[in-house]
Design a protein around this ligand. Structure first.
Ligand code: ATP
Ligand code: MG
Length: 267
């Protein structure tokens, strides 16, 4: 079921053919929301266990066009988790210092330690997306990066990191509606940026860059999921399901408590 959203290695991707409005088997939104709430309880428990067991490292990559819902996923899917074991790393336009290093330098510093879940809000994929669309590096430079990224992620995986990557797929019409509601709602207006309109003009180039990235960098060790994201509750359901299924498969245990005397009395 969820597997239909997983990109197979080198699978040709035409995003126009991927239904951003999908709602899976849910006929009612309320049923979807209830399922998300239940998954959230499971995730809370599994994350606590991951932290206690201190054995696994989990990296979650979120990529999307502006208004795609990365912030909403972070707020809803991870609602209630223990902040000690979950970190968010947001990658904006690189600083001069970051630019003076290779593009993976700032990324590697934020990857998870044991017991941690790290969520990348944007990521090294910007270096084959915005960089490609805006020509911030010559083609021969960004072309090499797909293989470099696969090798980097493979190293992380071989060293014990579980990697899940989600592209939140919205339509251009949905983006229009979301940008408009940011303009209209005084409490959302702070999120509106004129720069988003400039990026919106390049929608087809971005789709093309995403299609290439998804196809070339979905691997057995770091798969991409194309998440239907026009409906926020379904988007949350898909992502929660993938994460909960992955953590369950770890078959985690609380650490063995130290052996205690039978007649222990706390005074
Ligand atoms: P977001 O747009 O992710 O919701 P935000 O609006 O708070 O977050 P922005 O200041 O818009 O943050 O920063 C994100 C911008 O940084 C995006 O336009 C993105 O393309 C750009 N960016 C991220 N990484 C890079 C990179 N490696 N090179 C160039 N630009 C980058
Ligand atoms: Mg922005």
């Amino acid at each position: 079921m969820i597997d239909r959203y997983r990109v197979k290695p080198n699978q040709a991707i035409n995003l126009a053919e991927w239904d951003a409005d999908a709602r899976g088997d849910f006929t009612r939104k309320a049923a979807g929301e209830a399922a998300v709430a239940k998954l959230n309880q499971e995730l809370e428990h599994l994350q606590e266990l991951l932290y206690a067991e201190n054995r696994h490292k989990v990296l979650i990559v979120l990529q999307a066009m502006d208004t795609g819902g990365k912030d909403g996923v972070i707020r809803h899917v991870f609602d209630g988790v223990n902040p000690q074991g979950v970190k968010v790393a947001s990658f904006k336009a690189p600083t001069p210092k970051e630019l003076s290093h290779d593009y993976l330098w700032r990324i590697h510093q934020q990857t998870p330690a044991t017991g941690e879940i790290v969520i990348f809000n944007r990521s090294h994929y910007e270096d084959v997306l915005v960089v490609r669309v805006h020509g911030l590096a010559p083609e021969e430079v960004w072309r090499r990066r797909y293989d470099q990224i696969n090798a980097f992620e493979r190293m992380l995986a071989e060293e014990g990191t579980t990697i899940l990557k989600f592209y939140l797929h919205i339509t251009k019409d949905e983006q229009k509606a979301r940008l408009q509601s940011r303009l209209d709602d005084p409490e959302k207006r702070w999120k509106f940026s004129l720069g988003d309109l400039a990026e919106r003009k390049r929608w087809p180039e971005y789709m093309h860059a995403y299609e290439d990235a998804l196809s070339k960098t979905s691997t057995d060790w770091a798969p991409w999921y194309v998440v239907p994201a026009n409906r926020k509750w379904y988007r949350n359901w898909v992502i929660s399901t993938v994460i909960v299924d992955t953590l369950k498969a770890f078959d985690m245990r609380y650490p063995q408590p130290e052996t205690l005397p039978d007649n222990l009395v706390i005074e």
